[in-house]
Design a protein around this ligand. Sequence first.
Ligand code: MOS
Length: 735
Amino acid sequence: MSTVESRPRVGAGVNRVDGPRKVTGTAPYPMDFSVPGQAYGALVQSTVAAGRIVRMHTDAAEAASGVITVLTHENIPKVRTGPVTAIGPSLPAPLRNDRILHHGQHIAFVVAETPEQATAAARLVRADYEATEPLLDLHDARAEQLIDPWETDTARGETAAALESAEVTLRATYTTSDNTNNPLGLFATLAVWEGDTLTVHDTSQWPSMVRTTLAMVFGIPESAVRVLVPYVGGGFGSGLRAWPHVTLTAMAARVIKRPVKLVLTRPQMFTSVGHRPSGAQWLSVGATRDGELVALDHRSLSSLSMEGTDYEPFASGSAYAYRCPNVITQDRQARLNIAVPMSMRAPAEAQGNFALESALDELACRLHMDPLELRLRNHTDVDPRSGLPWSGKALLECYEVGARRFGWSDRNPEPRSMRDGNWLVGYGMASAWFPYFGQPCSAQATINGDGSALVRSAATDIGTGTYTVMAQLAADELGLPLDLVRFDLGDSDMPNSPMAGGSGLTGALGNAVHDACRRLVRSFAELACGDADSPLLGYSPDDVECTDGRVHPAGRPDLGESYADILARHGLSELTANGNSTPPVTTELGMSLAGAYGAKFVEVRVDADLGLIRVARVVSVIDGGRILNEKTARSQIIGGTIGGIGLALFEDTVTDPRTGRIANGTFADYLVAVNADVPDLDVVFVGEPDRGTATGTKGVGEVGLVGIAPAIANAVYHATGKRIRELPITLDALL
Ligand code: MOS
C-alpha cells in the first residue's frame, strides 16, 4: 500500500475545487439559507456593563407591527448548560437571570415576521438597570485573577539566580490590545424544529460541537440535532463556540413553533462572537556577553470575561522556543466586565511571540549582535522541556533561506542609518512558531457504481482549502483523477470532525481521510482477489494498488480492473469504508511534536516627519512539514501575514473606560490591513514531512501571522531608533 508521501497529486498547487461556486455566488453561506414560514430574530443588548436588570419594558415591542414574541430572562424557558469541549466549558445559558456582566450582553430576543420589524421592535425594548461600576482595567486589583488556568506554567533551572548573575540582563514590559476577529461573513443562525428534531444552519468552525451543545442544552439526543454549514465566510477563531445567540435562536423557534433566522449586525459581531484579549507581558532575559541565553522569565496577564474560559497562555511558547537552561513562564487572566474573549488568529502565540521576539531584538541591540545571529546561537533541535528531539524543525533553513531572499546582510545594524529620501528604512526579523495541536477525527469514503468517489466528514472549510486538499488526498489514495472525487463537509450527520482551528484540522482530517480511503481500497482488493472472474484472483490484497480508477497488482496496471467493474460484478451499487485518526502519543514517538516554524523578515519605511509606517516587503519562510497544496498553503500564509500587519499597526478594539462600551465597533472605525497596506508578500516553504504526524503535515493556519508583529516592531526600531512595546504601533507613538 502506498504512503501519502509517494502520491503525486498531493502538493500540487491545484485551484480550489469550491472556487467557481464561490466566485459565481452559488456557494450558500449561513445567512443565505431560508425556509418557508420562517420568522426573524433581533437581539437586544445591554447598555450598561455591570449590575442587574430591575425591570424589562417589552410592551411597546410586543405591540409593534409583525412582532410574534419577545423573550427575556423573565419568560424564556429554562435550558441546561452545554458540554465541556476541547476548548473548555460551554458558556452558561443566555437570559438565565437578571445579572449584567458586560456591555452588549444579550438581554432580550425579539421575533417578528420580517427582519425590519424585528429590528425596529428591538429598539423599543427598554430595561431599567441597577448599574454598578464595571471592572474594565486589566490591572484593577479588585479583578479576580485566574492563576495558571490551563496548567501550562513552567519552571526549569534556577531562573531568579541566573538572572541575578547574568552578564547582561534585559527587563521590559509589552502590551497588546483587544482585537476583534471580524470575519467578513456576518454570523447567522437558522433554527428549524420538526417535533423534537432540530436542524440548524449556523456559522461555525465546528458543527459536531454545535450539535453536541444544542442536544445537551435542549435535553434531546444528539441524533435529533443536525447542524449544517457547507460554507463559512471566514472565522479566525470566532466560530469555535456555540454562542448564546445560537441557543436563543433555537429556543425562539421552539417557543413560536416556527423556524427562526437571526443574522448578527456588524456591531453585534464585536460583542457576541469572541475577540482576542488584551494583555500585559513582563519579560526578564539574561544572557552571556556572547549572546547565549541563560535565563528567561516571561509572565503575562490577559483579560477575561466574568464568565467563560479562553485558552490564551501567552508565555507558554517561551518554554520551548529557544535553548535556555533557566526558564519561568507564568500566565494569569483577570476577570473583567467585558464581552467573552475567544481564540483569534494564533491565540496566545500572536501575543507571546511579539513579546519574546521583541525582547530578543532589544537584547541583540544591547549586545551589539545581529538579531539573526542571536537566534542562531540559541537555536535548539530538541524540545527543552523534555529533552526529546523535535519531530521536525527546519527553522535553521528558514533563517538561511529568508535572510538570503530578503538581503538581510545588506542591513546596516545602526538604527536610523538607512534612508530613502524622506523615508527612514528599517529591517526587522523574528522567529515564528505555532504548536502542534492534535484532535481525533473520522471520515467516510465511498466509491459509487460509476467509479466516482464521495468522501466526507463533518468538518468545515473556513477558507483554508479543506474541500480541495482533502479531495486531493482522497484522489491520490484512491487512484482517481481529481474531478472524479467529491469531498463533502459541513454537516454534523457526517462522521465526527474536530474544529477547524488550532491549525490542527488538516492533519487530523487528512489522516482520517487517508485511513478511510486505504480501508476502501482494501475492501475492493479483498473482493477482487477472491473472485474467480477477476484478473486479481490469487493476488494478495496486500499487494494491490489503484491507479487511474483501476485496481491492479502492484506495478502491473495492465492486469487491473476498474472499481465500477468490481462493483457491477458483485451486484453492488457502492462500497463504503470508515476511517479514523487519533493524535500520536508523544511518549510512544520518542519525539516531541514540533508544530510549524518560520522566519519572518520585514522592511518598513517610516516617514521621517509624519511617523507614517509602511510595510514595504515581507519574506516569510515556513516549515509547515508536508505541504498538501502549495497554492492554498501559500494563501494561508498570505492571509496570516496580513493579519499580522493588522495586529502590528491597525487592529485595536477600543473600550470606553467609563461605560465598557466598545467605541469603534464598526468597519468604519475598526481598522484592518487593506490592499494599500499590504506589499507583495514573498512566501517560501522549506523542510521535510513531519516525522511525528501520519500525514507529515504541521498545520499552516496560524504560523503565517506569528512573528510578523515583532518583525515589524523591530524594523520600526531599526528605522527610527524608537522601541515601541505596545501594539498596535500608531504614528503618534513615533512622533
Ligand atoms: Mo483558529 S483562532 O484556532 O480558528
